[in-house]
Design a protein around this ligand. Structure first.
Ligand code: PEP
Length: 254
């Protein structure tokens, strides 16, 4: 049985009370607490303590959706890795396409965040992926290569165990449109090869590569069955306990 990372991104949804309820509902679907995949939910910052509380005594983990590169100081509105650790986070999503698009995060900044997260003992989930026009132009591999190289240039091969990359074709996020399993595998394999070029094959096998973009119970099995798909980053379907748990259950059968 493969060990997947099944990560949920709640984006700017679920205030602490609603987040606590949803987390409890998800965890209560696993009374015996036994699954071999790693299960992670990333609520908005303010709801992290509530979700951590709801997950106490379970195997579910909590993560954040973003972080700043400094430890503390005059950065109004920002949150540091140290604060996230105290709140119970183990993972941080970095460079989600919504942050790249709406908050102008560059490859360089995303790479700095990934480095900071790893240096401080958390695991970054670095999002990469092309927009529709880039896929239509046939330059999707160039775009993904630029985004992945930027991060790998800041890290060393010893950090491969603690790096997660999420391939999220932007045209598939929140649209209901999903990459075909073949499209996903092609890019996942391409990312694996890029890592091999930087760090060799032993290290590249250790990096987990998630697929994100309208993953749901209907398509999870065929996507997770691809050789280089090591899990999912799930938006909409992670907002309902039933569909998140269904995907987690599917991951247990592969
Ligand atoms: C995401 O936001 O990372 C995502 C994959 O969203 P959705 O599953 O809703 O497409």
């Amino acid at each position: 049985m493969r060990k997947f990372l099944i990560a949920g991104n709640w984006k700017m949804n679920a205030a602490p009370d609603a987040a606590y309820k949803l987390a409890e509902e998800i965890a209560s679907g696993w009374k015996d607490n036994t699954f071999s995949s790693e299960a992670l939910l990333c609520p908005p910052y303010i709801s992290i303590p509530a979700v951590a509380e709801a997950f106490k005594g379970t195997a579910f983990k909590v993560g954040a959706q973003n972080v700043h590169t400094e430890n503390d100081g005059a950065y109004t509105g920002e949150i540091s890795t140290g604060m996230l650790k105290v709140a119970g986070c183990e993972y941080v999503i970095v460079g989600h396409s919504e942050r790249r698009e709406y908050f102008h995060e560059t490859d360089e900044l995303v790479a700095q965040k990934a480095k900071k997260v790893i240096d401080d003992g958390l695991i970054p989930i670095v999002c990469v992926g092309e927009v529709l026009s880039q896929r239509k132009e046939g330059i999707h591999q160039d775009v993904v290569q630029r985004q992945v190289d930027a991060v790998l240039n800041h890290l060393g091969k010893d950090e491969s165990d603690n790096l997660v990359i999420a391939y999220e074709p932007v045209w598939a996020i929140g649209t209901g449109e999903t990459a075909t399993p073949e499209q996903a595998q092609e890019i996942h394999q391409f990312i694996r090869e890029l890592i091999t070029r930087h760090w060799g094959s032993e290290s590249s096998e250790k990096v987990r590569i998630l697929y994100g973009g309208s993953m749901k119970p209907d398509n999870a099995e065929e996507l997770l069955s691809q050789k280089d798909v090591d899990g999912g980053l799930i938006g909409g379907a992670s907002m309902k306990a039933e569909s998140y748990n269904e995907i987690l259950k599917i991951s247990e059968t592969i």
